[in-house]
Design a protein around this ligand. Sequence first.
Ligand SMILES: NC(=O)c1ccc[n+]([C@@H]2O[C@H](COP(=O)([O-])OP(=O)(O)OC[C@H]3O[C@@H](n4cnc5c(N)ncnc54)[C@H](O)[C@@H]3O)[C@@H](O)[C@H]2O)c1
Length: 447
Amino acid sequence: MTTTARSAEHDVKDLGLAAAGRRRTEWAERSMPVLRQLRERFAAERPLAGRRLSACLHVTAETANLAVTLKAGGADVALCASNPLSTQDDVAAHLVKDHGLKVFAIKGEDHDSYYDHIRAALAHRPDITMDDGADLVGALHMIALNRLDDLAPPVRRWVERLAADDRQQLVAGVLGSTEETTTGVIRLRAMAKDGVLQFPVIAVNDSDTKHLFDNRYGTGQSTLDGILRATNLLIAGSTVVVAGYGWCGRGFALRARGAGANVIVTEIDPLKALEAQMDGYRVLPMADAAPLGDVFVTLTGNVHVIRLEHMRAMKEGAIIANSGHFNVEIDLEGLQRAGRGPVPARDFVDEWRLDGKSLYVLADGRLVNLAAAEGHPASVMDMSFANQALAAEYVVHQGRKLGREVHRIPRELDRDIARLKLQAMGVAIDTLTPEQQKYLASWDMGT
Ligand SMILES: NC(=O)c1ccc[n+]([C@@H]2O[C@H](COP(=O)([O-])OP(=O)(O)OC[C@H]3O[C@@H](n4cnc5c(N)ncnc54)[C@H](O)[C@@H]3O)[C@@H](O)[C@H]2O)c1
């Protein structure tokens, strides 16, 4: 294997960073006991033997532990980033140098490099794809539907050079895919609804051991971490506006309150809004929250949740961040049109001038927890990535039997992950007595 940072087999920042990446990955591994157990079983049983797997995930130490697990299961793994800012360059180098994985990811890569790396993952000709935000599956579907104009130029140029039957084979060769996040699953459900989904997808986000923990506690903690690392702000006594009270929003609101913030929630769903109100937060429309907030964080998976009219109403010095999947939640184009900037104030903090005041946007409106901090703690990714590994195995086991729909992994596997995690944490729970089992199965006992 070549030792340059770029070859047909990999494109990373600097292979000289591998030792630091190995240390970081080993540190994460200590908190990933469920994945470790799976890795041991995978190494013995090799359920992914002979499979080519392309993953488009945040290239972090936790993902490295997943990638090594997939390799132990026999998969030939290619990995590209699911966000241009989330790659840990030392981890990428470690995976190439110490594990011989095909990694295509550099922190801060531009639009063309980002999509050239997606092209490289597609050129790996996967049997299984693994996405965080549906970028790989999205590209495969544009190819299947011959909508080449909707592909980013580096992917389109490559596809145009492929013969028609080769393009068809690229898509037909995919046995199934797995999807990590809410936004990706929403897109895949829309594809299934329109009848265009070309292969089955396992929605890892639908597992209880994923969204109940990763989205809530992982995003909650790491979003606060990203904001603190970027700004070094004192949260106590500040007003934090949380847009969206879904799994991620609930987690972040909880952590912001824990750090002493006065939390305001904005929502569009009456149930979620009611829950936020009863959880003790103030609930307001964004237009009313805008003049009150010191820090604004979007966690909705929706577009233009913070618009120019809101930014115009904000206080001098307001800080605006996003932790939803795509960088579309804050209307940065509107800010660009009406304001002046950006001028870097600190790493991951840009100052914008609007109507005579300064506003500060973190991490270009991209996932602040991954751009300005290290993403979720390993302990929570342990469960998310155990789901990913089991989902890949499930795709192979089920083969072509699964319909072209969005599935979830069987509930028993989801429970098994929870059981293993509890065991690893040293937490014991009760089991049903025979009497209790009978009672719960009956309709006439003990009434
Ligand atoms: N930062 C991370 O590491 C991370 C981790 C997991 C998920 N995500 C992403 O975060 C986003 C949210 O995920 P989730 O699991 O919480 O989804 P969710 O569906 O549970 O919650 C989203 C909430 O946003 C609300 N919402 C939608 N439009 C809104 C608007 N205009 N104003 C206010 N609220 C609005 C919805 O009603 C819903 O309650 C997704 O894009 C997801 O992919 C990010």
